[in-house]
Design a protein around this ligand. Structure first.
Ligand SMILES: Cc1cc2nc3c(=O)[nH]c(=O)nc-3n(C[C@H](O)[C@H](O)[C@H](O)COP(=O)(O)O)c2cc1C
Length: 188
């Protein structure tokens, strides 16, 4: 059987941050299952906000006309067997980097459903508060749940926890192991 392709999406601006540390664990887990991983860092990419022109929904071919880095990200998303969405909680929900990226998935809605339908999804989320409710992590989780329910892509697992200083989450061995196990599941 061909190796599974796992796309790891980093939604934090911090290269050595907490969600990225957990995402690396997930990548190692996926590779341990024989998968091929590719990591993309949204903060380094030029992604415009959806302008609601509806070109993708009203013209044959259903392509997004915005000329930016999403044009190379669309094929990566479509080819992936599994996608890990990793990022921090910013202002009680997902980071702006993740929101811009997901808004552009509007262009992947087609006649036969969404192009990401059936892909396995993993969620990684870090936040400063010790309580996921006070942190607003629940809002981010709800956003992912609603979006992937709409798309028809099953969320295989979620790994979320607290960290403030960059990489602090590495001290939480249980959380790091959870991220590794999530990657293992996604890579199978
Ligand atoms: C702009 C900004 C907004 C933040 N908003 C929240 C928040 O609403 N709730 C929270 O618990 N932590 C918040 N934090 C803290 C981060 O979520 C936390 O440090 C997280 O671990 C960062 O993940 P990263 O290291 O992957 O970037 C915020 C941090 C920044 C810089």
């Amino acid at each position: 059987m061909a190796a599974k392709k796992v796309l790891i999406v980093l939604g934090s601006p911090r290269k050595n941050g907490n969600s990225t540390a957990l995402a690396k664990q997930a990548a190692e887990g996926a590779e341990a299952s024989g998968a091929i991983c590719e990591t993309i860092c949204l903060h380094e990419m030029h992604i415009k906000p959806c302008n609601a022109c509806d070109h993708c929904q009203t013209r044959p071919g259903h392509a997004c006309i915005l000329k930016d880095d999403m044009q190379k990200l669309y094929p990566k998303l479509v080819k992936a067997d599994a996608i890990v969405m990793a990022g921090p909680v910013y202002w009680f929900t997902v980071s702006a980097q993740i929101k811009l990226f997901m808004d552009r998935w509007y262009a992947l809605i087609g006649k036969n459903g969404h192009a990401l339908k059936g892909k396995k999804i993993g969620i990684i989320l870090t936040y400063g508060d010790v309580d996921p409710f006070a942190a607003g992590a629940v809002n981010a989780i709800r956003t992912y749940q609603d979006a992937f329910r709409f798309i028809g892509a099953p969320i295989i697992g979620m790994v979320y926890g607290t960290g403030n200083e960059p990489g602090e989450v590495r001290k939480d061995k249980k959380l790091m192991q959870q991220a590794f196990e999530l990657g293992k599941k996604l890579g199978k």
